[in-house]
Design a protein around this ligand. Structure first.
Ligand SMILES: NC(=O)c1ccc[n+]([C@@H]2O[C@H](COP(=O)([O-])OP(=O)(O)OC[C@H]3O[C@@H](n4cnc5c(N)ncnc54)[C@H](OP(=O)(O)O)[C@@H]3O)[C@@H](O)[C@H]2O)c1
Length: 291
């Protein structure tokens, strides 16, 4: 590659929370950003066009992603995954299958590096579909001849906003006893950590959390404080959650997938080494003021 040419990076999952945070950070660091979006989501990325060199479309859940998507691409960063159920697909179809289609197409097209955004604890042998699908893709990526990297983040600040909304309504619902710990991170801090990682040697797996650990009770209390309301924290016992999981498993696979993911995250420790400097309280206060 011509050393004067900026490195061309394809962001897959560009319409998502992390994808949107990655685009300006990559662009500010001199990377040429190509955003990969599915055709139906193209409209949602137009506001970021200033930081995007090219916009390409493909359905990653279909095999045979066209080679033109990867034209000149040195690095693929994939943050594709199901967080909120929108189209009834399974984690196996998206987090595993979609990313595998992307990996195979990248291999055929001469891409050099593939960085995958997984989740903290994906290596643990849990039967939760979302974690299992990510673990399966991690394994496929580690078997690839590409220069691979795996990032396993803790929860994003943006998802904690849901608890702030509950606080405003008077009750914060928590799964489990509230004592499990998490290291939430601002998406921009995560994006900056990821872009820094592109400079280091490949074949690395890094867990990434924000600057502080919290129990879920501490997060709920913080949300009540920021919302400036006297609110109740309600703990849903694990015995009841097991019943809910058994029922949804039979009646609705997508609901079971989302519920099992949330229950796992809130009833086990998902802390990770600390990165970044943006604080959760400041983030939540800004969200509260914007209401
Ligand atoms: N949010 C968290 O707290 C958290 C914590 C740890 C790990 N993670 C993982 O980090 C990754 C990024 O998270 P995020 O919060 O940025 O997620 P997000 O906002 O939901 O974005 C997910 C991205 O994946 C794409 N996607 C979903 N289903 C797809 C499909 N069927 N075909 C093609 N693309 C599809 C979405 O595209 P559309 O816009 O077209 O739907 C979107 O661009 C995910 O894998 C997530 O599991 C998230």
């Amino acid at each position: 590659m011509d050393s004067q040419q900026p490195v061309r990076v394809l962001v897959a999952g560009a319409t998502g929370t992390l994808g949107r945070a990655l685009i300006p950070v990559l662009s500010n660091c001199g990377r040429e950003v190509v955003a990969l979006v599915r055709p139906a989501s193209q409209r949602r990325i137009e506001s970021l066009s200033g930081d995007i060199k090219d916009l390409v479309t493909a359905e990653v859940t279909e095999p045979d992603i066209p080679a033109s998507v990867f034209e000149g691409v040195h690095t693929v960063i994939s943050s594709i995954g199901i967080t909120r159920q929108r189209d009834g697909l399974t984690y196996d179809e998206v987090d595993f299958g979609g990313n595998l289609n992307l990996l195979r197409a990248a291999e055929r097209s001469g891409v050099r590096r593939f960085l995958y955004v997984s989740v903290v604890g994906a290596d643990k042998d849990v039967s939760v579909p979302g974690f299992r699908a990510k673990r399966r893709f991690e394994e496929a990526l580690r078997d690839s001849a590409l220069e691979w990297q795996i990032v396993r983040p803790s929860g994003f600040f943006t998802d904690i906003t849901d608890f702030l909304k509950m606080a405003r309504r008077g009750t914060v619902h928590l799964f489990g006893n509230g004592r499990s710990r998490i290291s939430p991170i601002h998406p921009t801090d995560l994006a900056e950590a990821i872009v820094d990682l592109l400079e280091v040697k490949p074949r690395t797996i890094v867990s990434i959390g924000g600057p502080a650990d919290f129990t879920w009770d501490e997060i709920a209390e913080l949300c009540c404080r920021v919302a400036r309301v006297r609110c109740r924290i309600r703990h849903w016992p694990e015995s009841l959650l097991r019943v809910a999981l058994a029922i949804t498993r039979v009646l609705s696979r997508p609901t079971y997938g989302t519920l099992s993911f949330l229950v796992h995250v809130m009833t086990s420790d998902t802390t990770a080494p600390h990165y970044g400097s943006r604080g959760l309280e400041e983030f939540l206060k800004a969200q509260q003021e914007a209401v």
